[in-house]
Design a protein. Sequence first.
Length: 202
Amino acid sequence: MNKLTIIYQSSIIIISYLLLSFVDLLRIYKKSDRFLLDNYDFTLYDVVTVISQTYKKVLINLFVHSYIIILILNYHITERDINYYYDTICLIINIPLTHLIYFILHKLFHTEYFYEYHRLNHELENPIGFCLLYCSTFEVYLLNYLPIILGLMIFKAHINICIIWILYGMYYKIFKMVSPISNLNFYKKHMRDLNTNIRLFI
């Protein structure tokens, strides 16, 4: 297990998260009148407030746990050349598996016992894409990473396929689920009714 490779792979996740979050801010600004959005009152002040409220937790979760997840993947998955046929099949099979695991775990996090670990995620009234990782450490692993990587780990998919799927999951969650300008209004609906939009892909 090459330490430089681990740093390089985790850096891809970290930089991608920060870039996607920045692009989300640009999209919000471009689509709105100085961040005044139709779907709810969302001002520039709200953006600054939510970032100042969440940045410490988000950055700790991003930097520390991305590195640990890459360590786990590299430890579990044997280093080999990529097999495009096999790895593509692994990815296709993993799509419904990701959805199923996310649905089950998200439901679990809304039970009385586990909600304590999910509560932080529901504190924000006006989240932005950057806030995706504003959650407990327990939730980072069980709800943000495990549904995405479990199937690929079971099938021993290539590490690059795992990273690509993590990046896609990150993109989807930031732009389609958490962003205030998502046409799906996923997060808004979920905040109003905790039993709504438990699933990952819509």
